[in-house]
Design a protein around this ligand. Sequence first.
Ligand code: ADP
Ligand code: ASP
Ligand code: MG
Length: 405
Amino acid sequence: MPIIVQKYGGTSVGDTECIKNVARRIVAEHDAGNQVVAVVSAMGDSTDELLKMAHEIATDPPERELDMLLSTGERVSVALLAMAIHELGRTAISLSGNQAGIQTNTVHMKARITGVETGRLIEELESGKIVLVAGFQGVSPVEDVTTLGRGGSDTTAVALAAALGAKLCEIFTDVDGVYTADPGIVSDARKIDAVSYGEMLEMAATGAEVLMLRSVEYAQKYGVPLHVRSSFTDQPGTWIREEDEKMEKAVVSAVTHTNDESKLTLLRVPDRPGVAATVFGALAAADVNVDTIIQNVSEQGTTDISFTVNQSDLPGAQKALQAIAGNLGVAFLIDNDMGKVSIVGAGMKSYPGVAAKMFGTLASAGVNIEMISTSSIKISCVIKRGQVEKAVRALHQAFNLAKPA
Ligand code: ADP
Ligand code: ASP
Ligand code: MG
């Protein structure tokens, strides 16, 4: 019997009525002759609410305890979903990440999955049960609960699909699929029918939060086809798979953005070999993900280096820099008010003038570019946070991405 892995996001299990709706969808898939594993997120905004409580109690809550706390959100929804499925007369079993065999490293709050022990899952599926797994969590080698970072249930689902050899991983969410821009910001954004792993990786990395970046990396590595679709309709959504002839190969497929960048600038950095390695080595050791980096022209033996990190990594970055700044004789500045706008498209590889058009569009919209980074299929500009929405709309229009009126 084919195995299908489904994942339902927070809005899809936002209240008990939504949970009953999800139960009906899962049962329909099961009754159609599939073995179903469903991964669920915490209900609605409950992860944010748990985080808020933690920060009302402690200024810097221990990450181990945060993981214990946050993992409860997914346990609530998975247990309620099991009850809803029992009400429909089918047998389901809910499992925590640990019980489902999700093994991770020891990095709390953004653990990486290191393996999936599928024995229990297969046993439960073989006995005819629908298996429900609490997303976003796993267990470390020292038996502590870990969580996978925001949006981590996507990664749980893809990891399970890969480990179980599922024919498909369906990501059910609150939009109809992957759009040419965040539909919450651009009202005429268009749903994309199919997109390659490569483009989706760039989109997720530059802020299209509809899929967690690591889930796309995992899907590409193990060749798991993804179908992102709405849990509230039966419409087909967006397929994410290897690039093929049928895909559009648009010069620009989507405009993405983030609102949570912090820019750090190191002043008067000695311009000699090994200094950048020391700085970025210290950040890597603190598990800080560094994004755009620029180094200025050196003057009188010193230079300035600026880079961006996600706001959530700012405390870790500050700590790491403070520890080395004295020895290097450098000071650093923080600008916590940044965002980023990006254009992504497989076709831009072989099409000149895309960058010029992007920069010209931003200039006409009065948006100042502070940093630029590129890959062969993406151009990103770091800009002030307050200008992000305006920039996204201007680029979406300039590259003709809107759905036909
Ligand atoms: P879930 O709780 O189901 O995991 P998320 O909130 O993580 O849902 O992701 C879905 C949201 O992602 C959408 O509501 C939408 O606002 C946002 N989003 C951002 N960029 C895009 C995009 N390009 N296409 C679709 N959704 C996007
Ligand atoms: N509940 C977690 C979050 O809000 C994980 C997820 O929804 O995927 O980030
Ligand atoms: Mg999500």
